[in-house]
Design a protein around this ligand. Structure first.
Ligand code: AHG
Ligand code: MN
Ligand code: MN
Length: 344
């Protein structure tokens, strides 16, 4: 029997090389960087698939720079990505959720030096691992500004519009690598039997309107009035626009985002009493996903501003986030500004 039509699928590596060939000046450095990230993703995936059997689930006993309990898998994923990027030699600076400061890299390519900055959430949704729920990795890539000899955090604090690529890996019922370089969004599914990511979701487009929203509604009492109005509106019955909408909240941003990207929907992490700035981090959660969603035809807003245009001032900065289907983000902004009420 034919090996279930696998011959028709392009591997991530082939895809990258083809794209690279479209740019005659390309040195291949960027392609190698994406390959390094995908290899780290495969290693983390392998480790994760054994969680529960080997001693890698549960907390490390440490609290990370965000004041959050660090899981063993957070630390492990962080080390795997740092190791892969160091070995690959294309990255000169890493910013990670699991490390307070930016990490300059001594690369193997000392004469050349890596020219890319990678900002990472090595493991997103990590508290879900123990209960066997999908988690992910998020990455954002910038170019080191020209002329910089010793890369530092300042070089990484560029606004999201300057990203040259962004992506995520979702370790779900299958493992997927989804990324953009500003030329659409493509998704690759890991075939574990051959250890390759295969192009399974070319040119992903997010529906303009979805019928589900993702928010931790336990925080409802501390939401601002406009958001409460919007939620009430989404819960009203109106067959014209398929309301009431459904709530779908996994509590792993990557997984919630991935579902909404494919099916349409809106993910919200607003300002709350506990997290007045929102909970998600601008540089390695909101910005990369904002780049991806825009490339897929969706929007990402803080509620009042395009996420990609927020000026960053620190690596671990948080930002309120409304991200997903175009019409749903626009509606959220209208409710937040008070120009719409749930009775409209
Ligand atoms: P991380 O595991 O990288 O710290 O991120 C957790 C984030 C995100 O994945 C998720 O959507 C959100 O936290 C859930 O927060 P609540 O438990 O407050 O809803
Ligand atoms: Mn996260
Ligand atoms: Mn994380």
């Amino acid at each position: 029997m034919d090996s279930v039509g696998l011959a028709n699928y392009e591997t991530l590596e082939q895809f990258i090389i083809e794209r690279q060939n479209q740019f005659p000046m390309s040195t291949g450095a960027f392609s190698r960087l994406i390959r390094d990230l995908s290899v780290a993703g495969k290693i983390v995936n392998r480790d994760m698939r054994r969680a529960g059997l080997v001693d890698i689930s549960g907390a490390t006993g440490m609290v990370n720079v965000q004041g959050e309990v660090q899981q063993k898998m957070d630390a492990l994923a962080h080390s795997e990505f740092v190791r892969a990027l160091k070995r690959g030699g294309e990255c000169c600076l890493i910013g990670s959720e699991e490390h307070a400061e930016a990490i300059p890299l001594q690369t193997n390519n000392q004469e050349e030096g890596g020219e890319y900055i990678v900002l990472l959430d090595p493991l997103d949704g990590s508290s879900n691992i123990e209960v066997n729920v999908s988690v992910g990795t998020i990455f954002s890539i910038y170019k080191l500004p020209s002329g910089v000899v010793e890369p530092s955090l300042d070089d990484a604090l560029q606004s999201g519009t300057e990203q040259i690529a962004a992506g995520y890996i979702v370790y779900g019922s299958s493992t997927m690598f989804v990324y953009t370089t500003g030329n659409g969004v493509n998704g690759f599914t890991l075939d574990p039997s051959i250890g390759e990511f295969l192009l399974s979701h070319p040119n992903i487009r997010i529906p303009h309107q979805g019928t589900s929203y993702s928010i931790n509604e336990g925080n409802y009492n501390s939401f601002e009035e406009g958001l409460k109005e919007y939620i009430k509106w989404m819960q009203l019955t109106d067959p014209v626009d398929n309301r009431p909408y459904s709530t779908r909240y996994i509590g792993s941003f990557v997984s919630d985002f991935h579902r909404n990207l494919l099916k349409g929907g809106l993910y919200i992490y607003p300002s709350t009493e506990k997290n007045p700035e929102g909970k998600l981090r601008l540089m390695y959660e909101a910005n990369p996903m904002a780049f991806i969603v825009e490339q897929a035809g969706g929007l990402a807003s803080t509620g009042t501003q395009r996420v990609l245009e927020v000026t960053p001032d620190r690596l671990h900065q948080r930002v309120p986030l409304y991200i997903g289907s175009n019409d749903m983000v626009l509606a959220a902004e209208a409710f937040l500004s008070g120009s719409r009420l749930h009775t409209d």
